[in-house]
Design a protein around this ligand. Sequence first.
Ligand code: AMP
Length: 355
Amino acid sequence: MTEALHTGAVIGILGGGQLGRMLAVAAARLGFRCHIYEPAANPPAGDVAHAVTTAGYDDTAALAAFAAAVDVVTYEFENIPTAALDLLETLRPIRPNRRALAVSQDRIAEKEFLTGLGLRVAPFQAVTTAADLDAAMARIGLPAILKTTRLGYDGKGQSRIMILAEAPAALDALQGAAGVLEGFVPFTQEVSVIAARGLKGEVAAYDPGENVHRGGILHTTTVPARLTPGFRSDAVLTAARILNALDYVGVLGVELFVTPEGLIVNEIAPRVHNSGHWTQNGCAVDQFEQHIRAVAGWPLGDGSRHADVTMENLIGDDIARVPALARERGTALHLYGKAEARPGRKMGHVNRVRP
Ligand code: AMP
């Protein structure tokens, strides 16, 4: 399918969280319908979608029926089981493609891909046993971070090792899963670039944002990031390199560490990204619409930044601040409709637009 999709076409989204919800709203603005596929009941995206399939990723009949009901398949999270994708791929185009998913599902494959492009990553070494960890610490040094190679997000599945005595507990935390030891990068800032590539290969990048994490979870993203003009163009060029190398279609998030010696890629996310939520109130075309445009074969939209914005995530009990936030001037609320506010759960975000 290389034709652009028309009004009424159905975009299938694997995953029904807040990213799927905001993608579905953007798709509706362009006249498309979204069909959400999500194993959990009552997903946030279900409230705003045309159709929802509640089924597991091992349910081949449900996957086939979903594929038959949609024109193109995209996703809002990267940990989709390979077998489900093998089946879907025979029935409908998947955008972004399988390689982008394979690379980002595995931290070691990701780092090898990035270094193969000549990009810099933190020193790393695969670790499964105590002997591997000893060898990796001897080579990389401390402090370091031990991460699971797969299925990690929001700082989950990772432990810092500041001193040797902390190594056994970090290894235990892997619970036998394959791991990767990463050297600790003494960064001055964390920034990310959200960029898109269209079906014909055109690339558009949003202005880099500066990220602050709390407890491993993104707390704020501020644009413009405090970057030298040289680093700003390096950041954008890095994202474009990755998009082209993957023959990517859709929006990609690239997280970078800024060091005096240059930029180091932390990780890539083959989807719309939390650090790109500021685009909803800072650009004519936000990251969600940009992703829908790309996967629908439309021209990319104008993502130039028309305002300074700080995005703040509302996590867990932060949701209680909504009545006060709703009275703030210059503040746009984006709530995800989640009933229960558990600690660490992303409930919504605000974009504060600065004059
Ligand atoms: P990740 O899940 O890999 O994005 O890690 C979450 C956060 O932990 C990052 O945004 C950083 O703040 C921190 N972090 C992860 N890896 C490293 C590293 N190699 N060096 C320094 N900080 C790191």
